[in-house]
Design a protein around this ligand. Sequence first.
Ligand code: GLV
Ligand code: MG
Length: 344
Amino acid sequence: MKLPRRFFQPLAVGAPQPLRELPVRLERMIHFVPPHVEKMRAKAAELASQVDVVLGNLEDAIPIEMKLEARRGFIRMAQESDFGATGLWIRMNALNSPWALDDLVEIVGAVGDRLDVVMVPKVEGPWDIHYVDQLLAQLEARHGIAKPILVHAILETAEGVKNVDDIAAASPRLHGMSLGPADLAASRGMKTTRVGGGHPDYRVLGDTAAAGSERASAQQDLWHYTVARMVDACLANGIKPFYGPFGDFSDPLACEAQFRNAFLMGCVGAWSLHPSQIGIAKRVFSPDPGEVAFARRIIAAMPDGSGAVMIDGKMQDDATWKQARVIADLADLVAAKDGPPLGP
Ligand code: GLV
Ligand code: MG
């Protein structure tokens, strides 16, 4: 571990100063775009008005023979469209792949001043973050990039989960982390074939039922342990946790339930792989209007957050004031993006 004094020093002469606090941004959904597809690129500007983050996917799901076209397509998309306040990210190829180096060298060289975040797949430990961190600093310095490009890790290997705390603390360049349930299931040898979501056979059986009645059983959440570890690692280090992909586009209810569990546990967003998931993410990751109204009452009653007050018979103190601030700040960002909520 670096000495605290050196932790925030730029890693290359001429690279921008690493950020001490993450920029305040709305990131309810990270919307995946395959940049080698012309039709998708053409819609990028329109998409930017509907989603919080547009991500050009270069990794899995892009055919090998299209890898270079996807990289070039992303560069064109970044040059030709105005993304305004919408985030512009890439998911680079894995660090052990033949494409990873040029993904960063070419993209940062061409559009590094427009790129907000690089998502790094299959992160196994802090050493992966250190490599990307150093390379990005060299490229930022070479191309005179003023704003540091942030790094987002996908938590999708058993070794990555084992090292999640060290990954989250690896660099001031870290933006956050997403759960990658498909690769994680493969890495762990889980007996599933799905991209996120539950499994009907993963259940707890109740005690023996009375004669003639069914024995109760309930499906459990396969991802609870990993999401909980990810949320703790992220929040302990001031970075953002996200649920990742939900692959069954024909089951919006299960997608919403998965997103909501992640939201309640502390995640701030999820991936949208299909346009139908954009609305689901907006619904889930925008705070509930009743909660917002109550949060604003707490803040009004305790402007500086100190002391204790009773509101509707419920005790409020420093801890509920901090929760209220999170909800109220999120509501302000949502109103700025989507417009004010439709009132009575
Ligand atoms: C995402 O990349 C996943 O593997 O689930
Ligand atoms: Mg993956």
